[in-house]
Ligand binder design. Structure first.
Ligand code: FEO
Length: 332
């Protein structure tokens, strides 16, 4: 398999997970990708890796450009296993590579991989504002804790105006086109919204803080760690604007009515509520939890001003579908 060039000497070397349909409780009907990037300069840098079972695909793409034993640095923007799962295997080949990460990333890597727990010399610890020169280019680092884990950070290459923000701005999409303009806009933005609703929603305050740093950076390309690369100006501006709105929990004049029903009585109440919103000219959506996955419900409700939830009584409690949904929603 081949690497794909994003800009001169910057390549996508990730893996596409065409069959992925579930991501820790989140339904992913369009699959996903784990985006790794290779930056070639006097030093060769691999930015993030892929899930462990996709290592061979990443390796094959790296080999189409360079001898992987020549990798000097591996940047770990985020330790979750979809991005660091292949780290031990690539280190077996890139024996002299140093790992660049922040304090939290290094702590987590040592806990995840026993082979790294006693090997402090392999790490280069950076913090927000630090830069590493790799030749004609620099790597700059901005920590964005809790977007998605405490370790999460952005790597920025100012000379090429490229952001590598890991999970932020991702979408679970498997697509060979790589760039945002290769896919229908509705699908791209629906999957970006679904991703925000199911992964990022509870970290809105931290997203707002990240925007304070992003406002200072001059970039025209966002290489997230899942899905399509944001490069079309119209789309890039729009996703930044949507993230700001979502992070501020801005809502629309919209109602989402969520329920399960045993003998259609709760369903009848749901439809009565719908009629009441209709009479007020408020756009409404009805979602029966028997037929709608909780992650799709979350996508629908993040911009709704009204959320109505109903359940019949079952065994002196609510229906498990409803309590399960409420647990999922509360977490997010
Ligand atoms: Fe894509 Fe938080 O991992």
């Amino acid at each position: 398999m081949l690497a794909k060039e994003i800009k001169k000497d910057i390549f996508w070397v990730g893996a596409i997970d065409w069959d992925l349909r579930e991501f820790h409780g989140y339904r992913t009907p369009k699959g996903s990708s784990y985006n790794s990037y290779l930056v070639i300069d006097k030093k060769t840098v691999l930015i993030d890796t892929v899930k462990e079972y996709k290592f061979d695909e990443m390796l094959s793409r790296i080999k189409s450009i360079i001898d992987p034993s020549k990798i000097d640095y591996i940047v770990i923007n985020h330790v979750e296993m979809d991005h660091s799962g292949s780290l031990p295997k690539i280190l077996e080949i890139a024996k002299n590579a140093k790992i660049i990460s922040n304090k939290f990333g290094i702590e987590e890597l040592k806990k995840h991989f026993f082979s790294l727990s006693e090997n402090s010399d392999i790490f280069i610890e950076i913090k927000t504002g630090d830069k590493i020169n790799i030749g004609s280019k620099n790597l700059e680092f901005i920590q964005i804790p809790m977007v998605h884990w405490p370790d999460s950070m952005i790597t920025f290459v100012p000379e090429y105006k490229i952001l590598f923000p890991n999970d932020a701005f991702g979408q679970h999409i498997a697509h060979d086109g790589l760039f945002d303009y290769c896919i229908e806009k509705d699908i791209l933005f629906h999957e970006a919204k679904s991703y925000y609703a199911n992964i990022v929603l509870c970290y809105g305050n931290q997203v707002q803080k990240a925007f304070e740093y992003l406002a200072k950076l001059d970039f025209d390309t966002i290489c997230a760690s899942h899905g399509m690369i944001w490069t079309k100006k119209e789309f890039l501006d729009e996703i930044l604007s949507k993230y700001k709105n979502w992070a501020e929990n801005l809502t629309e004049k919209k109602a989402v009515i969520i329920f399960d029903s045993m003998w259609h009585s709760t369903e009848k109440i749901a439809y009565k509520i719908y009629e009441a919103f209709e009479q007020q000219n408020i756009f409404s959506v009805i979602l029966d939890l028997k037929y709608n996955h909780v992650s799709d419900v979350m996508t629908e409700l993040i911009d709704a001003e009204y959320i109505c939830v109903g359940s019949p009584t079952l065994n002196n409690n609510m229906m498990p579908t409803v309590s399960g949904f409420l647990t999922y929603m509360k977490g997010l």
